[in-house]
Design a protein around this ligand. Structure first.
Ligand SMILES: Cc1cc2nc3c(=O)[nH]c(=O)nc-3n(C[C@H](O)[C@H](O)[C@H](O)COP(=O)(O)O)c2cc1C
Ligand SMILES: Nc1ncnc2c1ncn2[C@@H]1O[C@H](COP(=O)(O)OP(=O)(O)OP(=O)(O)O)[C@@H](O)[C@H]1O
Length: 316
């Protein structure tokens, strides 16, 4: 099987008769800790001529269990699929996390999986994974139930970074704080946004810095500010840029934040182009300037700071 096959719920899983090595979890962000769990499944699947699968849940359980304060996601579903496909996952099962699913007792989880996935061979989780109604199931219970069912369980040790566990929650805090370097270190890849270029107010080009405005509504908005970024439109070369993400208070305060990129090199990109913006480095917070001229001078400085960043980066 090549490419990622996406399946909408366990009920619809009709997989080929190959041993299925299945990583299970929410995996929001698919960070380095998640990758260690998923890569264990991929590795065993490749060794045994099996399939590497991921079972994940949508929406996030908090939408059902804590509706007043649901967890905002690091990655929208399409971006999560792209990261999993790049890792080499064969099958992604996206299970609707509804009331019936939340009511499944921990003891019933393995039989439930086996009913829908007759070729299930092994399960992969992190050592701290909890599951089942009231989160009463832990890895010990999973191992006991899996052993009875003839399945193996591999539990990955919790990965740390700078002495603290890597987790989606920790990455969310870094993103909100604008620490994009920290975010990228824990993700193990560069945080990115995907969207289509929209018309702007055409003010940027008269100010001498045209921008590509992206339609992008993240689950969790990063800190408003100016960032060094790279832009890609497919497998081709990345273009360097400087981006502003925010409400643009100097020119009349938007109602929802906008991501706009001023490219530091020539390109023919325009309206309608599908872009991926890779966030590399935080330069400064967004601020309100007293005049357009003051904003213009600051953007010139931002351009130079971004160019210096890229020069330092390519110098090693
Ligand atoms: C590198 C960069 C930094 C920016 N910083 C700010 C800022 O601090 N405050 C602000 O109000 N707008 C900021 N902007 C947004 C400009 O106000 C915006 O690009 C300009 O109004 C053009 O808008 P348009 O694309 O709709 O024509 C920044 C834009 C860029 C490219
Ligand atoms: N740092 C880590 N190292 C290894 N495995 C991990 C790590 N973090 C999470 N996992 C495992 O990945 C799977 C998915 O976990 P989950 O999505 O709850 O991750 P999380 O990063 O801890 O999220 P949150 O911070 O929102 O609780 C689970 O099996 C979990 O044990």
């Amino acid at each position: 099987m090549s490419g990622l096959r996406q399946i909408d719920g366990l009920e619809r899983a009709d997989l080929p008769a190959q041993p299925l090595h299945l990583a299970v979890g929410m995996f929001d962000g698919v960070h380095l800790g998640h990758q260690s769990v998923i890569e264990a499944a991929i590795h065993s699947a490749r060794r045994s001529g099996g399939l590497a699968g991921v079972l994940t849940f949508a929406p996030h359980p908090s939408v059902l269990l804590r509706p007043a304060n649901p967890t905002p996601l690091l990655l929208p579903p399409a971006a999560k699929r792209a990261v999993l496909a790049r890792l080499g996952v064969d099958v992604l099962i996206e299970q609707n996390f509804n009331a019936a699913y939340a009511a499944l007792a921990a003891e019933d989880f393995v039989p439930h999986l086996q009913r829908h996935l007759p070729h299930l061979a092994a399960l992969y989780v992190g050592e701290n994974w909890r599951f089942g109604r009231g989160r009463t199931g832990d890895v010990a219970l999973l191992v006991a139930a899996a052993t009875r069912a003839g399945l193996s369980v591999t539990s990955a040790p919790r990965l740390n970074h700078n002495g603290a566990p890597i987790s989606s929650s920790r990455i969310r805090e870094l993103l909100v704080a604008g620490d994009i370097a920290g975010v990228n270190a824990l993700l193990g890849y560069t945080y990115f946004s995907e969207g289509v270029v929209q018309p702007g107010r055409q003010l940027g080009r008269t100010l001498g810095f045209p921008t590509l405005n992206l339609a992008w509504q993240p689950g969790l908005p990063p800190r408003h500010g100016v960032y060094a970024v790279e832009v890609t439109t497919g497998p081709g070369k990345a273009l360097q840029g400087v981006a502003n993400y925010g409400l643009r208070p100097t020119v009349g305060q938007d109602t929802s934040p906008l991501l706009e990129v001023h490219l530091l090199e020539e390109s023919t990109l325009g309206y309608g182009a599908s872009l991926t913006v890779h966030w590399l480095h935080f330069l400064r917070p967004e601020s309100k300037f007293g005049s357009l001229e003051a904003l213009q001078r600051q953007i010139e400085t931002d351009r130079q700071t971004a160019l210096d960043y890229f020069a330092r980066r390519s110098a090693g």
